[in-house]
Design a binder for this molecule. Sequence first.
Ligand code: DGL
Length: 277
Amino acid sequence: MNTKNKYSPIGIFDSGYGGLTVLKEIVKKLPQYDYLYLGDNARAPYGSRSFETVYEYTLQCVNYLFNQGCHLVILACNTASAKALRTIQQKNLPLIAPNKRVLGVIRPTTELIGNFTKTNCVGVLGTAGTISSGSYLVEIEKFFPNVNVYQQACPMWVPLIENNELDSVGADYFIKKYVGNLMQQQPTIDAIILGCTHYPIIEQKIKQYLPEHVKLLSQGTIVASSLNDYLQRHSQLEKNCSKKGLIQFCTTDLPQVFDKAASIFFDTEIKSKRVEL
Ligand code: DGL
C-alpha cells in the first residue's frame, strides 16, 4: 500500500491540558511530523479514578486516535501510563492493531533520574493514582537500584489547573503543603520528578517552596528525546508517520474553553474540535 500521502499523525493523549506540556517539547524537537492531540477534558481528572476506569477511558481514547489514522500514540499522562499502558500493550494491541504502538511517559523519565541525584534520594510528585500504582518505585528500582525514592500524591493540583484556579490563595496553600510533605520525608532529596504532565504548568510556584539546589525534572524534553530515539530505531513505524508539520487538537469537552488554555501554551490561536468517544 502506498502510505506516502496518507494522513497518519502521531497521537498525543492526556486526560486534559497536561499533555500539551509534552506536545510542545515534542514539536520543538520533531517539527516535521503531524500531530493529533486528544484531551479527555470532559472526564478529567483521571488521578483519583480506579484502575478499571482509567484503563477503559484510555483505551477509548487510543482507539479514537487509531481510527483517525495514528500508527503511534503517546500517553502523555502518567496516570494513564501507570494504570493502562501495560494492559493496552500486552492485551489489546495484539488483537486490535498489531502494527501500531502505544508508548508512555514513565519509563523515559525513570531511565534518566539516577543521573540527576548526588544524594541518591529522589522525590516523585504525582496524582493519587500514579503514586498508589507504585510504578515509579518499580521502574526506578530497575534502572537505579541504589536510588531511594520518596513519593507524594498531590490530588488537588490537577483540579486547580483544569479549573483555572492557579492564582487563588488555595492554590498556593496546596502547592506549599504537598512540596513540604515530600521534603519532610527526606530533606536530602536533591532531584524531583514532576510525575504528572500538568505540573510543569506550576513549576515556578513549586520552585518557590524548594531549596535552590533541588532539581525539578519535567517530562516534556525527556519524552521528546526518547521519541526521537524510538523513531530512529523503528524505521517502518517512522515511515508510516505523515510529515506535513500539521498540529490538530481534539477535546471531549467545550472547544472554546480548551482553545483558550491551549493557546497560552502554543502562543498561537488554536481551534480544537469536539469529539465523541
Ligand atoms: N496529566 C495527567 C498525568 O500526567 C493528569 C492526570 C489526571 O487527570 O489527574 O497524570
